[in-house]
Design a protein around this ligand. Structure first.
Ligand code: GLN
Length: 499
């Protein structure tokens, strides 16, 4: 891709920054490169370009190099690599707790907060020998679609610095798209992995709910949140998926179901052959309100899949039309409860603690000063919707809609293997463009929300530049619960046929 000058320069000039994670791992494991060299190259790159992009809230150079050194020493002793990605560094969204770096969720209320324990995902990364370069920028507590709700300034899209990289995980995706990291972790509550992936021309996956542990993932909306992998290729994403997925006793919603073999699926898919695969095009996603350039690329993508042997079927999911309303009720309800723990007593900042104010006053002052506008808006909506008299009218209704959406998916997956849609209705918008209009911001999540409500899995994979804006578009591939391997099989094939 040539129009992203950050990526283009890195890919052209450098023997390290331009390689995929799989290629880096191979060179590290064969001792052609050391993990320290690779990690140093990415740290230098961050020092060079993150002033423009603002993808990182914290860079942990020393800790990353120590982890890299440990991998090199183990390989030098002739030990087998701890994982297929051992030695390849990564950027971690600042929602996952880390004992050696602050965890802030891009909120003022958690400024400088140090967790006493590592999230399960963090622990798995460390055990896999993956050095953590730093913590990435995001919308505050993962609420938003542009990373502009960060208390520490927005992240800029490497494709055009005046535009958003999407959100809430804009930092992770922008880090990938500017070659500041070969791998990154995000979280997806309503699209926060897939949507920034689409806007930055990278690959992002929301795994099936319950397959990646939420222990130590600071909760936004617990019934929707799911951590997931993101990278520049489908195979790299699969390799990272394999590292972080799996049952965890520490998370009561963690499934004991077998984890799909996503790496084999990605390797099989890379032949580019889709013979025998049934792909459903969801009728509800093809309508007014979508940018012409996005629809154009989507139709071309469907044609390419057909040419590669896929059988294309139109699928009707009528209740998807209500996903936005249901999501923006259920999410605030869960947020209002989850964020009650930030009271100035337990974590992070405390305001007016001068002996003259009561505990209630300290809590109110801390929350007033510590939370940003969007977080407050959702706490207020959620508290209102859960109050006596409104609970039945709003929350219960939304839960009913959620069941109907699940049924739409279940019915669809009786007919087809995967569903597809554009990942976003438009390409990246300008920073500031939707800031004063929360509803317009919410509408941007139209395509990604149904999946989270149903606990299904989904991927966004680059689908070409829109002819009208010259910016990246993404193809969303959706799979049934525990059908994550299907995403990788189809995603890898698509990556191959679309170049
Ligand atoms: N944009 C959606 C929201 O604001 C999704 C966020 C997410 O997935 N964390 O809630």
């Amino acid at each position: 891709m040539t129009d992203n000058k950050y990526l283009a320069s890195a890919v052209a000039d450098d023997a390290i920054l331009g390689l995929t994670a799989a290629e880096l791992a191979e060179k590290i494991h064969s001792r052609e490169l050391t993990s320290v060299e690779v990690t140093e190259a990415f740290l230098a790159r961050i020092a060079d370009v993150d002033g423009d992009v603002n993808a990182f809230l914290h860079v942990g150079g020393e800790e990353a190099l120590a982890a890299a050194k440990a991998v090199d020493e183990s390989l030098d002793r002739g030990e087998a690599p701890a994982s297929a990605l051992a030695g390849v560094p990564l950027a971690l969204k600042d929602t996952f707790t880390t004992v050696d770096a602050p965890t802030t969720c891009a909120s003022k209320i958690l400024e400088g907060y140090m967790s006493p324990y590592d999230a399960t995902v963090t622990r798995k990364l460390r055990e896999a020998g993956i050095p953590i370069l730093g913590k990435t920028n995001m919308d505050e507590f993962a609420m938003g679609s542009s990373t502009e709700n960060s208390a520490y300034g927005p992240t800029h899209n490497p494709w055009d610095l005046d535009r958003t990289p999407g959100g809430s995980g804009g930092g992770s995706s922008a880090a990938l798209a500017s070659a500041m990291a070969p791998l990154a972790i995000g979280t997806d509550t309503g699209g926060s992995i897939r949507q920034p992936a689409a806007l930055t021309n990278t690959v992002g996956v929301k795994p099936t709910y319950g397959t990646v542990s939420r222990q130590g993932l600071v909760a936004c909306a617990s019934s929707l949140d799911q951590g997931g992998p993101t990278a520049r290729t489908v195979l790299d994403t699969a390799l990272l998926h394999e590292v972080i997925a799996g049952h965890d006793e520490g998370d009561s919603t963690s499934t004991k179901h077998d984890i799909a073999d996503v790496v084999t699926a990605a390797r099989e898919g890379s032949s580019g052959d889709l013979t025998g695969v049934k792909v459903g095009v969801v009728k509800q996603f093809d309508r007014e309100g979508y940018q012409d350039g996005v629809l154009e690329q989507f139709r071309a993508s469907v044609d390419a899949m057909r040419e590669a042997g896929a059988e294309i079927v139109e699928v009707d999911c009528p209740n998807f039309d209500h996903a936005l309303s249901a999501y923006y009720l259920i999410l605030p309800c869960e947020v209002s409860s989850n964020l009650a723990r930030f009271d100035g007593m337990r974590y992070g900042m405390r305001e007016d603690d001068d002996g003259e104010h009561s505990a209630d006053q300290v809590m109110a002052a801390t929350r007033a000063a510590g939370f940003g506008d969007e977080v407050k808006r959702r706490i207020i909506i959620g508290t209102y919707a859960l109050s006596v008299g409104y609970y039945d009218a709003y929350y219960i209704q939304a839960q009913r809609v959620r069941t109907l959406i699940q049924q739409d998916f279940d019915k669809a997956f009786e007919q087809v293997d995967v569903l597809v849609s554009p990942t976003t209705p438009t390409t990246a918008f300008k920073l500031g463009e939707k800031n004063d209009d929360p509803l317009a911001m919410y509408m941007f999540d139209l395509c990604t929300l149904p999946l989270n409500l149903a606990g299904m899995c989904g991927m966004s994979v680059p689908s070409g530049l829109a002819s009208d804006t010259g910016l990246p578009t993404g193809l969303q591939i959706m799979g049934p619960r525990h059908g994550d391997d299907r995403l990788y099989r189809v995603g890898a094939a698509f990556e191959k046929i679309r170049g």
